[in-house]
Design a protein around this ligand. Structure first.
Ligand code: DOR
Ligand code: ZN
Length: 347
């Protein structure tokens, strides 16, 4: 049995860092494991321009722990009104790694998202020309579509036609949750990839209702069936370059989760690699964790793989019930008060 696991330093290809005190609270967790992260733009107000992204990037750099060389890869929030030349500004800035498309109303702070993908076709065409990556939250939002079917409907109604209209657009289908999404990505043309979160690999929708309503298992896209989960595990651990790591770690104050109308988001930054390591180990694929976590993401984005390594040791530990989130706020982490089997060795 392997007791020590040393990997090339990984990156997180989908992360929520928030801002202000929360940013300062969560960034050290990510920066101790990951060299870079794709930073989501769904702040209030959203990061819609290159200028806003540059300012946000400076706040992130300023919040890094002493000695950290963590590099935020910024994204811009696509709206119905994003001007085409914003793509040129973003590309010229050298700090923007892509544009994020949230269907309007799909999730936390997505009200300014895209109401109809056709409205951004010109912007997408320019992105394709310049090789700028599109990150998509892949869910339709119609009231009539069952919440568990929203990803599949997004593939059929929006993503597949969009990928055909823009044959050179590079697309990351983020936090995929279904067998249908795995099949779509596998069969898709070149230039389409997907990220997979630890929660969708470790949990199915039963966990939302285990002995009562469990708000800390509520995220979007919502957890799916065991069959979907198995398809995701198979995809993540098969060593296929189209599937790579993106935690979607999304901190919310405990009170906003344990509420009459609880926020979506699970917090995994405190133990992201440790959580993925359990999945890979249980699938007999620990030897493929490094490629999933550290190789396929940079290869897709056309960035160099990281220098340096991180090491995990087989050692049980228990994440605390809460971590501070700034001021009077606290976040309940994944596996709070439970047991993890791997632990990062911090030198
Ligand atoms: O669960 C989620 N939380 N899904 C998202 O898409 C957004 C995120 C957040 O920002 O809290
Ligand atoms: Zn997210």
């Amino acid at each position: 049995m392997t007791d020590l696991l040393t990997l090339r330093r990984p990156d997180d290809w989908h992360l929520h860092l928030r801002d202000g005190a929360a940013l300062a609270a969560v960034l050290p967790h990510t920066a101790r494991q990951f060299a870079r992260a794709i930073v989501m733009p769904n702040l209030k107000p959203p990061v819609t321009t290159t200028a806003l992204a540059a300012a946000y990037r400076h706040r992130i750099l300023a919040a890094r722990p002493a000695g950290s060389d963590f590099e935020p890869l910024m994204t811009l929030y696509l709206t119905d009104n994003t001007p085409t030349d914003e793509v040129d500004r973003a590309q010229a800035s050298g700090i923007v790694a892509g544009f994020k498309m949230y269907p309007a109303g799909a999730t936390t702070n997505s009200d300014s998202g895209v109401t109809d993908v056709r409205r951004v076709d010109e912007v997408l065409a320019r992105m394709a020309e310049l090789g700028v990556v599109l990150q998509v939250h892949g869910e339709v939002t119609h009231e009539q579509v069952d919440v568990f079917d929203r990803e599949q409907r997004f593939i059929d109604d929006i993503l597949a036609p969009m990928a055909e209209r823009h044959p050179r657009l590079r697309v990351v289908f983020e936090h995929i949750t279904t067998r249908a999404a795995v099949a779509f990505v596998r069969g898709a043309r070149a230039g389409i990839a997907a990220t997979i979160t630890p929660q969708h690999l470790l949990h199915n929708r039963n966990d939302l209702f285990r002995g009562g309503l469990r708000p800390h298992f509520y995220c979007l896209p919502v957890l799916k069936t065991q069959a979907d989960r198995e398809a995701l595990i198979e995809a993540a651990t098969a060593g296929e370059p189209r599937f790579f790591l993106g935690t979607d770690s999304a901190p919310h104050d405990r009170r906003s989760k344990e509420s009459e109308c609880g926020c979506a988001g699970m917090y995994s930054a405190h133990a992201a690699l440790e959580l993925y390591a359990e999945v890979f180990e249980d699938a007999g694929a620990l030897h493929r964790l490094e490629a999933f976590a550290a190789d396929f993401g940079p290869d897709f984005y056309g960035l160099p793989r990281n220098a340096g390594t991180v090491t995990l040791v087989r050692q049980e530990w228990s994440p605390p019930a809460i971590y501070p989130l700034g001021g009077t706020e606290f976040v309940v982490p994944m596996r709070a008060n439970g047991t993890l089997r791997w632990r990062q060795v911090v030198s």
